[in-house]
Write a protein that binds this ligand. Sequence first.
Ligand SMILES: C[S@@+](CC[C@H](N)C(=O)[O-])C[C@H]1O[C@@H](n2cnc3c(N)ncnc32)[C@H](O)[C@@H]1O
Length: 332
Amino acid sequence: MLAAADLTHLLKTLADPTRLRMLALCGSVELSVGELSRALGMSQSRVSNHLRLLRDAGLVSERRSGTSIFVRMAPDLGGEPGKGVWDALRAQLDESPEHRRDLLRLERILGERERRSAELFEHLAADWDKIGVDFSTGQARQRAAACLLPRGLVIADLGCGTGYLARGLAGLVTKVICVDRSRAMLAQARKRLEKERPDAQVELRRGELHALPLIDGEVDGIVAGMVLHHLSELGPALREMRRALKPGAPLVVLELEPHAEGWMREELGDLHLGLEPAAVGAALRRAGFEEIAVEPVDDHYTPRRPGPKTTASASLPLYLVRARAPRDPRSN
Ligand SMILES: C[S@@+](CC[C@H](N)C(=O)[O-])C[C@H]1O[C@@H](n2cnc3c(N)ncnc32)[C@H](O)[C@@H]1O
């Protein structure tokens, strides 16, 4: 229950046509003091004086942002009597020509506000990547993207090398298990991932593709990037992948089209100079995978020969093969 003095104060504050017009304007939208003054066609100092009275009566709330003050009608209008009186006065205000003029001016002001913001981006677009794309860790964007994926995903990156693919996955999925047979490559992957994805759950496991250090059905997905061409036989590795995947879980292979860069055998350890997509598809089918699909990718691998020469020595087309472990694990 409001004390009599407070009620008198409230009624006095509302007994002023300018203050009623102000309340009506900032009832549905937050306005800067400047915008409110323009909508009312009054000086800012006059508006500020009225605002002080409205604020003291608990009828408006203020928010400071930079050098501007934004105001809007207090959600509960200082309590029950305030709300009741306002409801009664509000209907009359709709009939007032001054208030109708205020609303027209307000519409123009809000339109300008939107236009200014939209036009800014028309000018900023060309420079935006220099102005507004940097975040301190990148975690926020990654978390936002991760929210779109099912929770709890565990993904294996096989033949992870120095962790390029794992870096993209870490933080997006719940856990990445990086597998490689090379201690040195795993050490580089650890260094990269600790630096670039310090909060992500990443496990590094040393092992061979034909004897994966993964238990049956441990992972929800596998990516095998640029590694199958290092294997003398695909069958044993693909059967291992099938074993480690949950029923129905996906496998993605990223591979090189057959090519003629012989130096990659000696200098990068490639056993095959690329692989025929159809041969990879057939090997997956033999290993029991389902829903096998080859997809071209608009990208080329551009390796550099080790040694002092650092320019790219080749530009090799890539492709993806997607497949799914059988939903029924007993199927052949
Ligand atoms: C060309 S790198 C690919 C690295 C990474 N996946 C990428 O896309 O950047 C090939 C990696 O596969 C690993 N690798 C090759 N044969 C393997 C095998 N049989 N078992 C486990 N790792 C293997 C190598 O040690 C090397 O780190």
